[in-house]
Design a protein around this ligand. Structure first.
Ligand code: GDP
Ligand code: IMO
Ligand code: MG
Length: 429
C-alpha cells in the first residue's frame, strides 16, 4: 500500500489542509510529524470551515489521527482545540487520536521566552507566531524537555522540572524575568496530565503494525520547505525540519515507509513574518494577490506578504524534499491578471543564479529575473477538469512543471475540497 507525505514547498500556507482533507478520504491514518500549533490548516467542507493548528486534519473525517514525536505539543492548546472541534461536531477520543509518548511539551515559559526575544531591543525579530515553538525545540535538543510520558509519574516529573528550571531560571534572570514558580508549574502539569495521557501511545509501534496490516498512512507536514531549520532562509525559519525526510523520524518509521511525496505549491508566492523574499511585490499586483487570495494568517491574523511564482525556489524545494509530484493550489486567484510573471532566476552582483544561495546577505541581494506570460480573463474558480481551464491557464501550469522539473499531480481551484483536479493519484501503488 502506498503511503503519502504532504509537505509545503514554499513558505507555508500553500493549502496543505485542503489537500490533506481531500486525500484523507482514502487514507487509514493521518499523522503530523513536526511543528506544533504554529500551523494553521483550513478545511472547507460544504458550509463548514475547520481551522486546525495542532490536530491532524484527518480528525475531521474520523480517521485515526496521530501526533508524532517530531511535534512539540502544548497540552493546554490541545485541550482547547479538542473542545473547539467538539463544538463543531467533531468528537475526539482515544479511539481516533493518538499522541506519541516521546513527544516534547510546550510550556507557558516557552511562549513567554519566544515573545520576550521577539520584543528585545536591538535584535532583529524573526516574526514568529509567539507560541513557544523555538524554545520548546531548543529544550528538546538540550535534553531538558518534559515529554508526554513524564506526566504519568510524579517523581519523574519533579526531576524533569528541576533540570528544566536550572536552565530557564538562569536565562530568565538575564532577560529580567522572574524565576518560574516551581510548585505552580508542577501543579499545572499534574492538572493537565489526565487530558493528555489517555491519548498517549507508542506511535512507532502502532504505525508499524498499521503498515503490516496494509493500511495507508498520510503524513501531514506543517510550514514549508523554505522555513526548514536547515534548508530554509535561516534564521528566518521555524525550528523544525519541515522537509519530507522528517516524516520518517517524526513518527518513528524508516524512510522506506514513504512511497510518494506530494509537495504543495501555491500558484504564486506568500510569506508571513520577516526574511528574504526575492519575488515579493509592493505594488497593486501584490495587493490584488493578497485580496483575491485572502492572504491573512490563520494563527496570528497577520497580512501575508505576496509575490509572483518563484520557480527557482520551488525547483530547489522539490529537490530537498524529494517531491514526486506537486499539488498546485489557488490557480483561481490568478484569474483576471492581464500578464503574469514567473521568477526564473536571480541576479546576484552581476552574476546569474539558478538557485537561492545560503548566505543571508546574498539572499537579501538576489533580484528576480522574470519571464512574462499571458494571463486569462475567464474564471477557473471551481474547475474540476482540464477541459474547464482556459488555454492560457494550462500553458501557465505546463510552464511551471517545466521550470520546477516536477509534474503536477493535483490542481486546486477553490477552497472547497471537491474543486480539485486529479492528474496522478499519489496513493496508486
Ligand atoms: P496550509 O497552512 O498550507 O494548510 O494553508 P492555509 O489553510 O493556511 O491557507 C490556505 C488558504 O487557501 C485556506 O484559506 C484555504 O481554504 C484556501 N485555499 C486552498 N486551496 C485553494 C484554492 O485552490 N483556491 C482558493 N481560492 N483558496 C484555496
Ligand atoms: P502552516 O502549517 C506560514 C513562520 C512564522 C515565522 C517563522 C517562525 O500553516 O503552513 P515559529 O512560530 O514557527 O517559530 O515562527 O515561521 N511560520 C509559518 N508561516 N505558515 C505556517 O504554518 C507557519 N508556521 C510558522 O510566521 O516567520
Ligand atoms: Mg497555514
Amino acid at each position: 500500500m502506498a503511503n503519502v507525505v504532504v509537505v509545503g514547498a514554499q513558505w507555508g500556507d500553500e493549502g496543505k489542509g485542503k489537500i490533506v482533507d481531500w486525500l484523507s478520504e482514502r487514507a487509514d491514518v493521518v499523522a503530523r510529524f513536526q511543528g506544533g500549533h504554529n500551523a494553521g490548516h483550513t478545511l472547507v467542507i460544504g458550509n463548514s470551515v475547520y481551522k486546525l493548528s495542532l490536530l491532524p486534519s484527518g480528525v475531521v473525517r474520523g480517521k485515526l489521527s496521530v501526533i508524532g514525536n517530531g511535534v512539540v505539543l502544548d497540552p493546554w492548546h490541545l485541550e482547547a482545540e479538542i473542545a473547539k472541534l467538539g463544538g463543531q461536531g467533531v468528537n475526539i477520543t482515544p479511539d481516533n487520536l493518538l499522541i506519541a509518548e516521546n513527544t516534547s511539551l510546550i510550556l507557558p515559559l516557552h511562549g513567554e521566552l519566544d515573545r520576550a526575544r521577539e520584543g528585545a531591543v536591538g535584535v532583529a525579530k524573526i516574526g514568529t507566531t509567539g507560541r513557544g515553538i523555538g524554545p520548546a525545540y531548543e529544550d528538546k535538543v538540550g535534553r531538558r524537555a518534559i515529554r508526554v510520558a513524564d506526566l504519568a509519574d510524579a517523581a519523574t516529573l519533579e526531576t524533569r522540572v528541576d533540570r528544566l528550571l536550572a536552565h530557564h531560571d538562569a536565562l530568565r534572570k538575564g532577560l529580567g524575568l522572574d524565576p518560574i514558580d516551581r510548585a505552580g508549574l508542577i501543579a499545572a502539569l499534574q492538572a493537565i496530565a489526565p487530558k493528555v495521557l489517555p491519548f498517549a501511545a507508542p506511535v512507532w509501534k502502532v504505525l508499524t503494525e498499521a503498515r503490516r496490516a496494509g493500511k495507508r498512512i498520510l503524513f501531514e507536514g506543517a510550514q514549508g520547505a523554505l522555513l526548514d531549520v536547515d534548508f530554509g532562509t535561516y534564521p528566518y525559519v521555524t525550528s523544525s525540519n519541515t522537509l519530507a525526510g522528517q516524516a520518517a523520524t517524526g513518527v518513528g518509521l524508516g524512510p522506506t515507509a514513504i512511497d510518494f511525496v506530494l509537495g504543495i505549491v501555491k500558484a504564486y508566492t506568500t510569506r508571513v513574518g520577516e526574511g528574504p523574499f526575492p519575488a515579493e511585490l509592493f505594488d497593486e499586483d501584490g495587493e490584488r494577490l493578497g485580496t483575491r487570495g485572502h492572504e491573512f494568517g490563520t494563527v496570528t491574523g497577520r497580512k501575508r506578504r505576496c509575490g509572483w511564482f518563484d520557480a527557482v525556489l520551488v525547483r530547489q524545494t522539490c529537490a530537498t524534499s524529494g517531491v514526486s509530484g506537486i499539488a498546485l493550489t489557488k490557480l483561481d486567484v490568478l484569474d483576471g491578471f492581464k500578464t503574469l510573471k514567473i521568477c526564473v532566476g536571480y541576479m546576484l552582483d552581476g552574476k546569474q543564479m539558478d538557485y537561492l544561495p545560503t548566505a543571508a546577505n546574498e539572499q537579501a541581494r538576489c533580484t528576480p529575473i522574470y519571464e512574462e506570460m499571458e494571463g486569462w480573463s475567464e474564471s477557473t474558480a471551481g474547475a474540476r477538469s482540464w477541459a474547464q481551464l482556459p488555454g492560457a491557464a494550462i500553458k501557465y501550469v505546463r510552464r511551471i512543471e517545466e521550470l520546477i522539473q516536477c509534474p503536477v499531480a493535483l490542481l486546486s481551484t477553490s477552497p472547497e475540497r471537491d474543486d480539485t483536479i486529479l492528474v496522478t493519484d499519489p496513493f496508486a501503488d
